[in-house]
Each structure stands twice: as C-alpha cells, then as structure tokens.
Design a protein around this ligand. Sequence first.
Ligand code: GAR
Length: 231
Amino acid sequence: MPRRAEAMFRLRVGVLISGRGSNLRALLAACADTTYPAEIAAVVSDRAEAPGLAFAQSAGICSAFIPHHAQQAFAAQAEVFFRHQGIQLVCLAGFMRVLDAGFVEAWRDRMINIHPSLLPAFPGLHPQSQALAAGVRFTGCTVHYVRPEVDAGPIIAQAVVATRADDDETSLSARILSAEHRLYPLVVRLIAEERVQVVAGKVEIEGWQAPRRAMLNPREPPRKSPVRGWS
Ligand code: GAR
C-alpha cells in the first residue's frame, strides 16, 4: 500500500495554543515545504490575545478563539471546529489547559502534546525550573500521545538538552525550545507517514534508529594521542 507522502496526500493538522506559538510557527515552516506530508489546516486558541493566534490569522490559517470558561463547552466547540475542517491529527503546542476527558478519548492516539522535559520527569508547570532545582545533567523535551492525566501518555520522541552550571530558567528554556522546534515537525512527519503506532501502551516507530553513542555531561576530556611526543 502506498504511504501517505507517496500518494501526495497531506495529513490535516489542527493546533491548539494558548500563547506565543513558536512551536506552531515551526510546524508551519515545515509545512511550507510542499513535500512535507502534513498541513496546518486549523488553529484554536483559548486566549484571544495569544500572539500565536494573530500569527496564524496573518498566515491565512483557518483560526478561532474559543474561550475556556468551562472544559466541556470548550471541548464541544473545538470538536465542531476541527471536524468541520477535516482535522485528522491534533497538536497541542503550548496549550496550557487541562482538556475534557471525553475530548481526549475522542482523539485517542490522534492527539499529541509537546512538553519541555524528558517525561515522565517534571510534568506540569515550570519543568525547566524543576529540572534545575533537581540538579539533573540532562533534560529536554518530549512529544507524546495525550491521555487524560496531565503531560502523560505514550512517548513518541524525545530530544536531550544538557544543563549548564550557569543556567537559569530563561537560558535553559531557550535551548530546550530550539530542540522542540526540531522535534515537533519530525514527529508530525513520522505520524503523517504512518510510521507510528501504539502497541500495548508503548509507541513503535517503523524505521526508527537510536543514536549509537551515550552522551556524557560533563564531557570526557579530549583523548591524548599515545604516540604524540614519542621518539
Ligand atoms: C513550549 O515550551 C511547550 O513545550 C510548553 O509551552 C511552551 C509553548 O511555547 N508546553 C507545556 O509546558 C505543556 N505542558 P510556544 O507557545 O512558543 O510554542
């Protein structure tokens, strides 16, 4: 059977945001490549003043502000909007609300989230500060399928970011964010290419390759050549 990309069919993605929208922009930038197998077909923000919403509107994306006075009412309106736009995958990109459990179930294994830590470590708010307070040498970001529990669900992909002695929340968040901007478009591509499936609660990715080497933080000192200086 031909893959989606080979059939020239682009997965229709809906994005839920609450604020800045830099991950939305990263996804839109990836979609600008006509060979990328997905397109952003709809954007919903729960905040009218979200910069990401203004950006989506200026980019001509079908966008809506849906106020989040109540979980169920928000979910019902988002559901109608996404269904009307023929959305096949929902991406949470800095969406800072807990979603209605019925909505989560309706989009089970078709809704993903990005979170700025190596889950299951540091879910919830300020994960970068949590990582610094814990003194971890590595943190990063995770893309996972959404389940009713906050920042939980089968992990699809992660990017590792080393912490530094002089890091504060701002500097660490910036490095993690730049990893997010690479990771999210990669995951959407893998899903659009139908390489990703959940099997017994864990994600399997066809054609997946892990890095070969361990990363150390701090790094090993550079090796001295055993021959240098020998006569
Ligand atoms: C990102 O760092 C994202 O991982 C995080 O909010 C930020 C949104 O930035 N999401 C969460 O913490 C979800 N638990 P953006 O609006 O610039 O994409």
